[in-house]
Write a protein that binds this ligand. Structure first.
Ligand code: NDP
Length: 255
């Protein structure tokens, strides 16, 4: 089965793992890469959404020699992330790219004291990223190659009211990914993609009414998630000696 698959995939096809592929940016990244001929392993908790995505992309992926495989994944569970990586490696022989995209954004002012939501952001946006690095790095080391892509945010560069904890998790994601880049052997490439406002379900995690209202205005000029998928695709398609370290993509109308 592996041999047959290898024969069908075009030269340059990679095994790409994407977390948070059930909606928004992760979904667009997974769909674009599968349609580009890559073997995509798409992880998230909502497997019904992943299966629907696999069905929608099956034709385009098959024509390009690629595939999209849905896998149940909770990035807050380290063992789950380990299985996500080891399972993909068993099925496809290697893991070329890990796109750490899963994230939540329940914005609120600090004095709202929504402490459980602060914990959730830390668990998904920071611990989930660390679990992903811990699972991918040993495989990259054994293979002598790999590419780690983190989806951070413009919130990794500036703090806004109601965004203290969310931005803190994104500053952390930026710092961890930059540290990974500095520590890595040249055979491992490291990219941070920092989106501005993008159409997705992200604001749906906001429970604080004031923050939700402010977001409706802030997100009025959102761009499509395909713009972020194009940035990821660009970073992946560079020759091995070229390491694209950070791409910031935001709406032209976002200042
Ligand atoms: P969505 O809410 O549409 O997607 C978030 C994804 O993360 C979903 O697929 C969700 O899947 C997944 N996810 C959440 N929790 C977990 C978990 N515990 N384990 C596995 N997957 C999880 O939002 P976006 O597409 O916008 O967000 C993607 C990334 O982009 C996030 O890191 C976000 O911070 C970042 N970003 C987004 C911006 C925007 O404007 N949209 C701007 C800047 C950055 P499921 O619930 O099925 O598990």
């Amino acid at each position: 089965m592996t041999t047959q698959h290898a024969e069908q995939t075009p030269a340059g096809a990679k095994t790409v793992l994407v977390t948070g592929a059930s909606s928004g940016i992760g979904e667009a990244v997974a769909a674009r890469l599968a349609a580009g001929g890559h073997r995509v392993v798409a992880g998230a908790r909502r497997t019904d959404r992943l299966k629907a995505l696999a069905e929608r992309t099956a034709g385009a992926a098959a024509r390009a020699g690629g595939s999209l495989e849905p896998v149940a994944l909770d990035v807050t569970d380290r063992a789950d992330v380990e299985d996500f990586v080891s399972g993909a490696r068993e099925r496809h022989g290697r893991v070329d790219v890990f796109v750490a995209n899963a994230g939540v954004m329940p914005l609120s002012r600090l004095d709202s004291l929504l402490v459980a939501e602060w914990d959730r952001m830390i668990d998904v946006n920071v611990r989930g990223l660390l679990h992903s690095i811990a699972a991918a790095l040993p495989v990259f080391g054994e293979q002598g190659s790999g590419h780690f892509v983190t989806v951070a945010s413009v919130g990794a560069h500036e703090v806004v009211p109601t965004g203290a904890v969310y931005c803190a998790t994104k500053y952390a994601a930026w710092a961890i990914t930059e540290g990974l880049r500095q520590e890595s052997d040249p055979s491992v490439r490291v990219t941070t993609v920092s989106p501005g406002v993008v159409t997705s379900e992200l604001a749906g995690t906001i429970t604080d009414p004031g923050a939700a209202e402010a977001m409706r205005t802030y997100r009025a000029h959102a761009i499509a998630p395909g713009a972020i998928a194009a940035a990821v695709s660009y970073a992946l398609s560079q020759p091995p000696e070229v390491d694209v370290n950070e791409i910031v993509v935001r709406p032209a109308r976002q200042r």
